[in-house]
Design a protein around this ligand. Structure first.
Ligand SMILES: [Zn+2]
Ligand SMILES: [Zn+2]
Length: 350
């Protein structure tokens, strides 16, 4: 099909020169658009293609193009969220895009509160070995998110963490290390747990250093927008930039902090600013035992936030002003487990 708009454009810009795209068969264009989709730096990269002409619009919605879209193609801003963006994500899910399954799963589970649908979308991504989906489902299992306290399934959480850790997910490796150290959902093995924690720290340092170098190379003369959340106070003795926030977490955080999303009274957001997960029931998250001012969905979030900022903020004095009853009313079987950690450097429990 010849596109009128493309032909008009080519005649305006280069009168007399034939538009080469008109000669390309659809399957070749689909291949090219698939490459573009995989490397898109934002959703507008794809949207602009769709707006070019009817032919491009039709081909950009081809399942082969949608199935290849990368995480940045789903970096949807809250103000742009509408029925069409939701439909676009659903189309990508139908096309078998694992990243879309994970992103829409997180949005459905936490923002839309469609727990069943969200969890099954994340499971769809997890089955295809998506590390973030595996880790997110592990958090759901550890916390019993979307259900009651009795819905916690520690063994399932450990199993999901194990799979995510094998695929290189650092927070999952750290969580697994703590589980082994404490015998939480798995037979206790303190030395193996400690070994995994050291490995997680080493891998974290390597990955952040590599991504920092990449960002430095890409933006020599302009400040990086992803570093705005501050520096990470490394256990290795020097400061390095915070890791990039995944688009799904960014969406969750903006959804709830912008007021677009509603959090029921008494429920809290995870204090790690790069997480965005809200509690799904009262006292689901655990808080820092020293100051009692911050709450985390997982050890991964506590470890990162500790290094990013809480290390400089955590003061035990506030706690002494709080009545013991207040401090203990939300203790559950997971509280002390998370409160004692901080890679062994931050908190002493009472
Ligand atoms: Zn979190
Ligand atoms: Zn604290």
């Amino acid at each position: 099909m010849v596109c009128n708009k493309r032909r008009r454009t080519s005649t305006t810009t280069a009168a007399g020169i034939h538009d080469l795209f008109d000669d390309l068969p659809d399957d070749l264009l689909v291949l090219l658009l698939g490459k573009l989709s995989a490397n898109a730096s934002s959703p507008s990269d794809l949207v602009n293609v769709m707006l070019t002409c009817k032919r491009f619009n039709r081909l950009a919605l081809h399942p082969m193009v949608l199935s290849k879209a990368g995480p940045k193609a789903f970096e949807i801003r809250i103000k742009n969220w509408c029925e069409s963006t939701h439909r676009f994500l659903k189309l990508c899910v139908s096309a078998g895009n694992v990243e879309a399954c994970y992103t829409l799963g997180m949005v459905e589970f936490y923002c839309m509160k469609n727990r069943g649908n969200g969890a099954s979308l994340m499971a769809k991504a997890a089955i295809k070995s998506h590390p973030l989906a595996l880790y997110s489902l592990a958090i759901v299992q550890f916390n019993g998110s979307g259900g009651s306290k009795s819905d916690k399934n520690l063994r399932a959480g450990v199993a999901l963490c194990g799979r995510a850790a094998c695929l290189g997910h650092i927070d999952a490796l750290r969580e697994l290390g703590h589980c082994l150290q404490d015998g939480y959902g798995v037979a206790q093995n303190a030395s193996e747990g400690r070994r995994l924690l050291i490995e997680a720290n080493a891998r974290e340092l390597a990955s952040i250093t590599n991504s920092s170098l990449r960002r430095l190379n890409c933006s020599v003369d302009r400040p990086s927008t992803t570093d705005s959340s501050g520096s990470l106070l490394s256990d290795f003795g020097y400061n390095i930039p915070a890791p990039e926030v995944h688009p799904a977490n960014q969406f969750l955080r903006d959804w709830f902090t912008s007021g677009r999303g509603f959090i029921a009274e008494g429920l809290r957001l995870c204090s790690n600013s790069g997480c965005g997960r809200p509690e799904t029931r009262l006292h689901e998250f655990r808080r820092c035992s020293v100051c009692g001012n911050v709450n985390y969905c997982s050890r991964g979030c506590q470890a990162l936030d500790w290094k990013l900022q809480h290390k400089t903020e955590c003061a035990p004095f506030d706690r002494w002003l709080i009545e013991d009853d207040d401090l203990e009313d939300d203790d559950d079987d997971g509280v002390n487990r998370i409160e004692q950690f901080g890679d062994g450097v931050n908190v002493e429990t009472e």
